[in-house]
Design a binder for this molecule. Structure first.
Ligand SMILES: C[S@@+](CC[C@H](N)C(=O)[O-])C[C@H]1O[C@@H](n2cnc3c(N)ncnc32)[C@H](O)[C@@H]1O
Length: 283
């Protein structure tokens, strides 16, 4: 897959694994006879690129799940999305910041998947973050011309790609915690987990701490299924101590990665990523 182009999904999330998809693919089992279980779906970039025939994608962020549920049902389509981005993009170019906040307020009362996409593509750094009351609170990216023709086409093409994937794959989407997803995994499951990174600052829908990391490990052990876990190994300052304590029974493979902090290309922070697995890697 190193030479293949990685498909980037329409909704971005923090911790998106676009650059790590080829690395994950080397160790993932997407065999015809197994069912792919992804309890921390996020943007979906891993599952959408590995494209297993059967999959259960789940997540606790209801808006991410709802977007794909509605796209699958056809209640929203690439054409409806195009019209929404054209109309709202035009209003953004006329009214700038004021309009971004109109949409943000509207989303926080209606939870429209169309507005969720609009906000995800026009908020600061494409982040997804909510306040304690559960309201989306990411500020504006300050680009009134954000939804140019070319940009809308790019987003719509990403949606079309997912619509095409839905046609010949047996995929379901659920909004639930990892524990429910893992405990309900069928006999032929292969589980890929990408939880919020333990010991690092996160701004997801839920927080993540040592207790949750341990509960994830217990749930995976109890399930008896083969699994892969994405996590961080070390950077120039710190090591992930939990790889030895909680995940010490696993095999580990590493890959160098760079995270972007803020919008500037030069602010690249090196990090060594780890994939932990309860089987012997052959990749
Ligand atoms: C690191 S992100 C996943 C990124 C994804 N692999 C990608 O490449 O886009 C972790 C995701 O786990 C979700 N999450 C947080 N707590 C969770 C929980 N208890 N159960 C299930 N999902 C959870 C977050 O909403 C977030 O989208």
């Amino acid at each position: 897959m190193n030479d293949e182009k990685v498909f980037v999904p329409p909704i971005k999330t923090q911790g998106i694994k676009t650059k790590l998809v080829p690395f994950i693919k080397k160790y993932a089992d997407v065999d015809k006879n197994s069912i792919w279980i992804e309890p921390f779906f996020g943007s979906g970039v891993v599952g959408f690129n590995l494209a297993p025939e059967k999959a259960i994608f789940s997540e606790t962020n209801p808006y991410l799940v709802d977007f794909y549920l509605q796209l699958k049902k056809g209640t929203i389509t690439s054409q409806i999305i195009r019209e929404h981005l054209e109309e709202n993009g035009r209003l953004l170019s006329e009214k700038d910041e004021t309009y971004y906040y109109v949409v943000r307020e509207r989303f926080n009362s209606t939870h429209s998947p169309l507005d969720f996409l609009f906000l995800n593509r026009s908020c600061f750094n494409g982040m997804i973050r909510f306040n304690k009351r559960g309201e989306f609170n990411v500020p504006y990216c300050h680009k009134p011309q954000r939804f140019s023709k070319a940009y809308i086409t790019k987003v719509v093409n990403q949606v079309i790609h997912v619509e095409q994937l839905f046609r010949n794959h047996d995929w379901s989407f659920q909004c639930q915690s990892f524990e429910k997803t893992i405990s309900e995994a069928p006999g032929n499951a292969f589980i890929y987990c990408d939880p919020p990174y333990i010991g690092r600052h996160v701004d997801y829908y839920d927080s993540w701490d040592e207790e949750q990391e341990q509960r994830l490990c217990d749930a995976l052990k109890r399930s008896g299924h083969q699994f892969l876990l994405s996590t961080w190994d070390h950077n120039q300052y710190r090591e992930n101590q939990y790889l030895q304590t909680i995940w010490g029974f696993c095999s580990k493979v590493n890959q160098e990665h760079f995270y972007h902090v803020g919008a500037r290309e030069k602010n690249r922070v090196p990090m060594t990523e780890a994939l932990m697995m309860n089987f012997t890697p052959t990749g």
